[in-house]
Design a protein around this ligand. Structure first.
Ligand SMILES: [Zn+2]
Length: 219
C-alpha cells in the first residue's frame, strides 16, 4: 500500500459491493488528520482484484460537505467487476485557510499493512485497547504501527490517527504481554477456589451427610 505520512487525510476503511450488471461500488471512510477543514482533494483510486492479480487506477476528486473530522464518500467503477480491495493515492488536498498540500513521490512509502489478528487474540486486544484496535503494535528502526492500524514515524510520540501515546501502546498492548496475561488469568479462573460462607456451609453439610451415611451403613 502506497502512502505519504505527511498527507492531511487518510483512508481509514471501506466497504465494497457489486451489483448484477458488473458495477463495483465502494463506501469510503476518510479521516481528517489536520486541524483545518478539508475543502476538497484530488487523488487516484487503485481498484484491486486480488484473485486475478490486477488493478485499475481511476482519477478521483471530491469536495466533502463536512470535512472537519471523519467523513464518508462513495466511489464506483464499471471497469473492475471483480474488485475486492482498493487504496487511495492522494495528489492534492485543499484545507481551509492554508496552502494546498501537494504529494511528493519521494515521500511515498510502499507499506505492507499488518496482519490483523482474529478469534481470541482479537478479542483480547479489543478488550484491552478498545473497539478500534485492529492489530498488535509493531516497529522497526524507521516506523511504528499503532493498534488502530496507523503507520507513524519512529520519532512521533503520539499516533496521528487515534492520538494514543507510543509508549503506552507498546507497554500495554504487545501481543506477548496481552496473550500471556490472558492465559494466566484463565488458569487462575480454572484452578483457584474462593471459599464463601455458603460454600463452607454446603461442604460441611455434605461431609456430615457422608459420615452419617457411613455410620448408618456400619450399624
Ligand atoms: Zn492509533
Amino acid at each position: 500500500m502506497l502512502m505519504d505520512l505527511s498527507c492531511p487525510i487518510e483512508l481509514v476503511s471501506y466497504d465494497i459491493t457489486h451489483d448484477d450488471v458488473g458495477n463495483t461500488r465502494a463506501y469510503l471512510l476518510l479521516s481528517n488528520l489536520a486541524r483545518r477543514r478539508v475543502l476538497g482533494f484530488d487523488a487516484v483510486i487503485r481498484w484491486k482484484d486480488h484473485a486475478a492479480g490486477t488493478h485499475l487506477d481511476m482519477p478521483y476528486s471530491a469536495q466533502p460537505k463536512d470535512g472537519s473530522a471523519r467523513f464518508h464518500l462513495p466511489a464506483s467503477t464499471s471497469d473492475m467487476p471483480g474488485a475486492d480491495g482498493l487504496e487511495i493515492i492522494f495528489h492534492q488536498v485543499r484545507l481551509e485557510g492554508e496552502a494546498p498540500w501537494d504529494a511528493d513521490p519521494a515521500r511515498l512509502i510502499d507499506w505492507e499493512e499488518p496482519k490483523e489478528p482474529s478469534g481470541v487474540a482479537l478479542d483480547r486486544l479489543q478488550q484491552a485497547a478498545g473497539d478500534d484496535a485492529v492489530c498488535f503494535p509493531q516497529e522497526d528502526e524507521h516506523y511504528w504501527t499503532c493498534v488502530c492500524g496507523r503507520l507513524n514515524e519512529q520519532g512521533q510520540a503520539k499516533c496521528a490517527r487515534c492520538v494514543r501515546s507510543k509508549r503506552m501502546v507498546f507497554q500495554k498492548y504487545r501481543r506477548e504481554a496481552l496473550l500471556s496475561r490472558s492465559a494466566r488469568r484463565k488458569k487462575r479462573t480454572v484452578w483457584r477456589f474462593h471459599p464463601t460462607p455458603l460454600s463452607v456451609v454446603l461442604l460441611c453439610a455434605l461431609a456430615g451427610g457422608l459420615i452419617f451415611l457411613l455410620l448408618w451403613t456400619l450399624l
